[in-house]
Write a protein that binds this ligand. Structure first.
Ligand SMILES: Cc1cc2nc3c(=O)[nH]c(=O)nc-3n(C[C@H](O)[C@H](O)[C@H](O)COP(=O)(O)OP(=O)(O)OC[C@H]3O[C@@H](n4cnc5c(N)ncnc54)[C@H](O)[C@@H]3O)c2cc1C
Length: 526
C-alpha cells in the first residue's frame, strides 16, 4: 500500500513551511508536523501580555529571499513588510549616531562625527554591495563538495570557480579578507568613528559566541549584509503583525497548494527501515508513513534524537557531535506604558521608528564578550532594539508600546546554570544598561518577558539555544553545514532530508534552506 503522503516535514518553522509550500506547489501530498501549538518556530508573534503582541524571538526581516516572496505570492497571504529607515546608536555623553537609509541624511550625520568616515562610507557601501552580489548566487545553490569527484559536483565547482574569476582580482581579494578577518579589523580599514564601527561590527557577532575581534566574524557581517528588501541590500524591515505573520503567510501559501499542517504533533522518531526513511512516530505513538521525511529541526535533534545513532555511520555521528551550537543570545520583550525617552533624543523623533543599538564602541562589545567567554552574561550587553508599536499600532493598546530587545551575550553554559533568579538578574542587567540611555525606562515598564538561551532551547527545541540552529562560523558554513558530504540537504539515510537553518546558507528568517531543500527533493538541481 502506498503511503498517504509523499512527504512529511518535521517542524513548522518558516523553513519547514517554505519547503512544504514548494513541494505542495509541485503537486506532492505534504504533511507538516509541528511540535508547538503554533507554526513559525523562531518566527512567531504571540500576545504575551493582554493587549501586547510581540515577535517573541526573531523580530526583524531582511534576509527573506525575494524569489520566495514572489514565487509563493506571500503578499496575497498577508505579508506586509514595513521598512526600518534608520539605526540609532545612543552614546553615554548624550550625543548619538544615526545611520539613515537616506543617502544625504546619512552623509550629513556621519560628517558630524567624522568627515573622513562620511567620505569612506560611499566606497564602503559600494564595496559591500559588490561583495553581497558576489555571494548572493551561492544562497540559492546546494553547495558542491570540493572533495567529491561526482560529475555534478565537479560541474558546480567549475561554475563556482568561473563565478569567482568573474569577480576580478580586487573583489576576489576583498572577499578573501571578508572570509577570514574579524569584523572589527575589517572595519578598522575603513572607518575611525567608534560607534559606527561598533554598530556595524555587531552584525558579525549575532548568534555566535565570538567577539568583534574574533577572526571570521567579518564574514557574518557580509551574511547580514545580504538582506535585501525590494532589491536594496542591507535593508531591514518589520513585518506587520510581527514575524509570526511571515510564517503565517508562508503557511497560508502552503495550504493553498494543498499542504496539510498539524500543530501539537511532536515527532519522537523517524522510522528507518532497510536504510530508508519511511515515516515518523509521534510522541503519542501514532505512526505516519510517507515516501520522504524532511526535518526542519536542527541537526543534533534530527540525527542524534529522532533518527538515532544506530542507523548512522560512526564518522557522521562524530561530525554531528562536533557541530557547534553554543547559544549566546537572549531576548527581553517589554510592554511599556509610554515611550522610552532617550537622553540623546529628548523630543523623540523619526529615529525611534528604526533600529536602536547599544554599541557605543568596539571595546564595549569586546568587553561584553569577555564576560561570556568565561561563562557569565554581559553586565553591559550589546542590545539591538525595535519599538514595533510605532510602526504597527496593532501590536499594543492605544498609547502604549512594545519593545523588542535582542541581547548578546548570554552564554548557554552559564556558570552555575540558568535558574529563575539568574534569568531575572540577566533581565535586570539589560534594563539597567538601557536605562542609562533612556532614564524613564524603568518607570515605563508594565511587564517584561526575559528569554535566556536555555528558554530558547526548551521552547523552540533549538539545541543549546543557538538562534541559527548552529553557529554561523566559517568551519560550519557552505559545504561544511552541518557536516561535509551531507550539506546538500540529503543525509546518510535514503529519503531523509534536512531543510532547516542548520543547512546552507544558515540562519535568519531567509527561507533559503527550505527552498533549496525542496528543489533538491524535486530533483531541480538546487
Ligand atoms: C531570539 C532570536 C532572535 C532572532 N532574531 C532574528 C531576526 O531578527 N531576524 C532574522 O532574520 N533572524 C533572527 N533569528 C534567527 C531566525 O529566527 C532563525 O534562524 C530561523 O527562524 C530558523 O528557522 P527554521 O525554520 O530553520 O527553524 P526553526 O525556527 O528552529 O523551526 C524549527 C521547528 O521545528 C519544530 N520542531 C523541532 N523538533 C520537532 C519535533 N520533534 N517534532 C515536531 N516539530 C519539531 C520546532 O518547534 C520549530 O517550530 C532569531 C532567532 C532567535 C531565537
Amino acid at each position: 500500500m502506498s503511503p498517504r503522503y509523499d512527504a512529511i516535514v518535521i517542524g513548522g518553522g518558516h523553513n519547514g513551511l517554505v519547503c512544504a509550500a514548494y513541494l505542495a506547489r509541485a503537486g506532492k501530498r505534504v504533511l507538516v508536523l509541528e511540535r508547538r501549538e503554533r507554526v513559525g518556530g523562531a518566527a512567531v508573534s504571540e500576545e504575551v501580555f493582554p493587549g501586547f503582541r510581540f515577535s517573541v524571538f526573531s523580530y526583524v526581516v531582511s534576509l527573506l529571499r525575494p524569489e520566495i516572496i514572489r514565487e509563493l505570492d506571500l503578499p496575497r497571504h498577508g505579508l506586509h513588510i514595513l521598512p526600518l529607515e534608520s539605526t540609532l546608536t545612543p552614546l553615554a555623553n548624550g550625543d548619538s549616531l544615526t545611520q539613515w537609509n537616506d543617502h544625504d541624511q546619512n552623509r550629513r550625520e556621519l560628517a558630524r562625527h567624522s568627515l573622513r568616515d562620511a567620505e569612506a562610507y560611499e566606497e564602503y557601501g559600494r564595496r559591500m554591495h559588490h561583495m553581497a552580489r558576489a555571494v548572493k548566487p551561492l544562497l540559492a545553490m546546494a553547495p558542491p563538495d570540493p572533495a567529491s569527484l561526482h560529475p555534478r559536483d565537479l560541474m558546480r565547482l567549475a561554475g563556482l570557480g568561473a563565478h569567482m574569476r568573474g569577480l576580478g582580482k580586487a573583489r576576489f581579494h576583498e572577499l578573501c579578507k571578508l572570509m577570514t578577518m574579524s569584523s572589527a579589523d575589517y572595519l578598522d580599514q575603513w572607518f575611525e568613528c567608534e560607534p559606527l564601527k561598533a554598530t556595524k561590527s555587531a552584525s558579525g557577532i549575532i548568534g555566535t559566541l565570538a567577539g568583534p575581534r574574533s577572526p571570521g566574524t567579518a564574514f557574518v557581517l557580509l551574511h547580514h549584509y545580504m538582506g535585501e528588501l525590494d532589491g536594496v541590500f542591507r535593508a531591514w524591515g518589520f513585518a506587520k503583525g510581527g514575524n509570526g505573520s511571515v510564517s503565517e503567510a508562508i503557511a497560508g501559501a502552503a495550504r493553498s497548494f494543498g499542504a496539510e499542517i498539524r500543530t501539537q504533533a511532536p515527532v519522537a522518531q523517524v522510522l528507518v527501515e532497510g536504510g530508508r526513511a519511511t515515516g515518523v512516530v509521534l510522541e503519542n505513538g501514532e505512526e505516519i508513513r510517507a515516501g520522504r521525511v524532511v526535518s526542519n529541526a536542527d541537526p543534533r535533534r534530527t540525527f542524534l534524537g529522532m533518527v538515532g545513532e544506530k542507523h548512522l555511520p560512526a564518522e557522521f555521528v562524530a561530525a554531528i557531535r562536533r557541530y557547534r551550537f553554543r547559544g549566546s543570545s537572549g531576548k527581553v520583550n517589554l510592554a511599556l506604558g509610554e515611550l522610552p525617552r532617550f537622553t540623546c533624543l529628548p523630543q523623540g523623533g523619526a529615529a525611534l521608528r528604526g533600529a536602536i543599538s547599544i554599541s557605543p564602541s568596539v571595546e564595549y562589545l569586546e568587553r561584553a564578550y569577555d564576560e561570556a567567554k568565561y561563562g557569565e552574561f554581559s553586565s553591559r550587553p550589546y542590545l539591538d532594539m525595535v519599538i514595533p508599536s510605532l510602526l504597527d499600532p496593532s501590536m499594543a493598546p492605544p498609547g502604549k508600546h512594545v519593545m523588542s530587545i535582542f541581547v548578546q551575550y548570554a552564554p548557554y553554559r552559564l556558570n552555575g546554570g540558568w535558574t529563575d533568579a539568574r534569568r531575572e538578574a540577566f533581565g535586570d542587567a539589560v534594563v539597567d544598561t538601557l536605562a542609562e540611555y533612556a532614564p524613564n525606562l524603568k518607570s515605563a515598564i508594565l511587564h517584561r518577558q526575559v528569554i535566556t538561551p536555555a528558554d530558547i532551547e526548551t521552547t523552540l527545541g533549538l539545541s543549546e539555544g543557538n538562534i541559527f540552529q548552529g553557529e554561523l562560523s566559517l568551519q560550519q558554513m557552505f559545504f561544511l553545514r552541518p557536516a561535509p558530504a551531507v550539506s546538500r540537504y540529503r543525509t546518510p539515510i535514503q529519503d531523509l532530508f534536512q531543510c532547516g537553518a542548520g543547512t546552507h546558507p544558515g540562519g535568519g528568517v531567509m527561507g533559503a534552506s527550505g527552498r533549496n531543500a525542496a528543489r533538491a527533493i524535486l530533483g531541480e538541481g538546487a
